[in-house]
Design a binder for this molecule. Structure first.
Ligand code: NAP
Length: 288
């Protein structure tokens, strides 16, 4: 029930109509009977500063930030966490009595979901990450805090991968490889993570990895969640590997943001189920 005491959380992005964050967070607020509401605001880049000023004026409790504002919002915030500063992007903001604090929960959310959903450990593992874009920056930062043996970054634009290596090499052993070395690298790795957009709807049949290269001992993770099971994950499953879908990253970045706004740890299963339910409804509507 919305009333004059309702605390507001906003999503700033452009576009935002497709986002599952409002459904996911509002379901959790309702399940916990918390007097919060989550709304999506479509903010054009040229109006981002005004939107952030309004957050203070309207006493909005917090924000999620999505494409294309994750980097551009940073100068308008009062404080930025060390993690968000190193990653170079903010996806969560808390309004603490008029002070806007920026965080990045994407990387930690990803690692938490990987560990909790697969029951695996990363101790001593060799991890191969495909891609060096924004999501990879957050994921690789969090992986570098884990007790892994080595991180190997494979990206089309090798310069970006080299730059990421330089940023992380004090924390973890990092290697960079090209796509021509991918088959050989996969043979040497334990965990494979796709952070590129290859395989995303509507190009759902695409994968950067040949099915035959995947072995049952591999853990294969894809951060794409539309479709829920990408071509890469379908191939990995057929090869007997353990698979991990991108929905977990989305849910757990939300869990961590929810904790920052409310001080309460939500149930990831309720949040995941609300997103899945929304996908099912969309499928039903599309087939009508
Ligand atoms: P981004 O910053 O634009 O990075 C895209 C990455 O994909 C880059 O590494 C790029 O390589 C690579 N790539 C694009 N086209 C390619 C091609 N034809 N061949 C090889 N590599 C290619 O995007 P992002 O924000 O990191 O997002 C990447 C994906 O992650 C998207 O599908 C997004 O939906 C998903 N994502 C999921 C979550 C979640 O919560 N599950 C969160 C964030 C993002 P170059 O650097 O060489 O261009």
């Amino acid at each position: 029930m919305i009333n004059s005491k309702t605390k507001l959380i906003g999503l700033l992005g452009h576009p935002v109509a497709h986002s599952k964050s409002p459904i996911m967070h509002n379901s959790m607020f309702q399940a916990l009977k918390l007097n919060y509401a989550y709304l999506a605001f479509d903010v054009e880049p040229k109006q981002l500063e005004e939107a952030v000023t309004a957050v203070k004026a309207l006493h909005i409790r917090g924000l999620n930030v999505t494409i294309p504002h994750k980097v551009e919002i940073m100068p308008f915030l009062d404080e930025i966490s060390e993690e968000a500063r190193i990653i170079g992007a903010v996806n969560t903001v808390v309004n603490e009595n008029g002070k806007l604090l920026g965080y990045n929960t994407d990387g930690e959310g990803y690692v938490r979901s990987l560990l909790e959903e697969t029951g695996t450990t990363l101790i001593g593992k060799k991890v191969l990450v495909l891609g060096a874009g924004g999501a990879a920056r957050a994921i690789n930062y969090s992986l570098s805090k884990q007790p892994i043996r080595q991180l190997v970054i494979v990206n089309r634009d090798k310069e970006k991968a080299d730059q990421m290596k330089n940023e992380l090499k004090k924390q973890v052993e990092v290697g960079v490889a090209g796509y021509e070395e991918l088959e050989e690298e996969i043979r040497k790795t334990d965990v494979i993570i796709n952070t590129t957009s290859i395989g995303m709807f509507p190009h759902s049949h695409q994968s950067l990895i040949e099915k035959e290269w995947i072995e049952p001992r591999h853990l294969v993770s894809d951060i794409i969640y539309n479709p829920l099971a990408t071509q890469l994950l379908q191939d990995a499953k057929e090869q007997g590997a353990v698979v991990h879908s991108g929905l977990g990253m989305f849910v757990y970045q939300g869990v961590l943001a929810f904790e920052k706004w409310t001080g309460i740890t939500p149930d990831p299963n309720v949040m995941r189920e609300s997103v899945l339910e929304s996908f099912r409804k969309e499928d039903l509507d599309a087939n009508r």
